[in-house]
Ligand binder design. Sequence first.
Ligand SMILES: [Zn+2]
Length: 436
Amino acid sequence: MSLFWTTHAWIDGRLQDKVLLSVDSQGFWDKIACGVQTPPVDALVLDGYVLPGMVNAHSHAFQRAFVGMTEQRSASPSDNFWSWRDQMYQVALKISPAQLESVATQLYREMLQGGYTQVCEFHYLHHSPDGSPYSDPLEMSWALVRAAKTAGIGLTLLPVLYERAGFEATSLRPDQRRFASSADSVWQMHLAIKQAQHPLVNAGLAIHSLRGASMASIQALHTLVSDADISIHIHISEQTGEVDDCLRVTGARPIEHLASHIPLDVRWQLVHATHASHAEINLVAQSCAALVMCPTTEANLGDGLTDMRYWLDAGIPLAIGSDSHVSRDWREELRWLEYGQRLQLRQRNVLASQANTSVAARLFNAAVQGGGRAAGFNAWGLKVGARADAVVLDASASGLQGVAIDYVLDAYVFGCDKSAVTTVVVAGQCINPIST
Ligand SMILES: [Zn+2]
């Protein structure tokens, strides 16, 4: 058991004074008390503002390798998501397990520096570059596990079902050959990850998209999962082209199509959902499924904007992810979630609510809770029963110095240009992300 004490910690949705936190032998919070005026002699004092660790709910680690390499206009007159995707496939076709481990190790360290303590890997890079299976089908997955272990971050591996290149295709394109999988193969991967019992690693499942998997295969996977308590992620409605194709082929919009064939529930995580209609958002709310937004990637790829206020007011859980990793700092995701709405509506503080007038606090609280759920945890944050994760901010950092307590999170999200993270705690263990 270990003890931490701090002058300020984010408990029950706000910074509270003089907090003592106790970690059990398994690395989970077992006691939290506010108003403890002096630290016990055996407590480690965390000097600064202590926040919950954030979950990065959507990551493709290999894409970190070409961040900054696609920001010049290509020969194509219409540089868009699909032309970016062709460039991304060229990286995906080359990367070896050792290279993936190296890229992911750097990325996961950057995530810790940015305040993330858990990452969900939406992992479809299964096979060798020529498309033949590795002798161990999890060769690439274990590279991610080693990277997470080296960096010290928690990892939720989501083996991805990916079997076709479009709604009317029967197979993948040649440059998608490393992704080939079936309902049965991803379920076997899920079971193997669970059985390996690596510390700080858990397993969920993913479906690439409605265009990337047939409804028959999605239903087969859903049957294999049965009532297992795992998170199930899917890219959906990211592009208008996908919505148009879905309408043309099935007669329904993507979320309508999915919900009419699969009984969505709390396990489902809808990634992007940028072009969901209000009727589809209402369907999601009724099903208790959740939303994963990746605002910096969505902006970088020119995806478009969703009606974020409608999603939040419908009470749908929200998580955030860094996806292609143009940013590795959760503050920028929250900032862009709000700024997109401000630019579109020409208003300010759009995503605040009557109950929570701070945009930063409303989004942060939602993303902490929704992130835990996306990563397959029943509890997350600075609360008893959650894994003992935390992030310590330097109270004397430029942008935070002299800020009144009630405005610290607002200042950190909207007015601090550098990460102020000094220490990260994962499962009760302290990590200095600057020196890892
Ligand atoms: Zn993605």
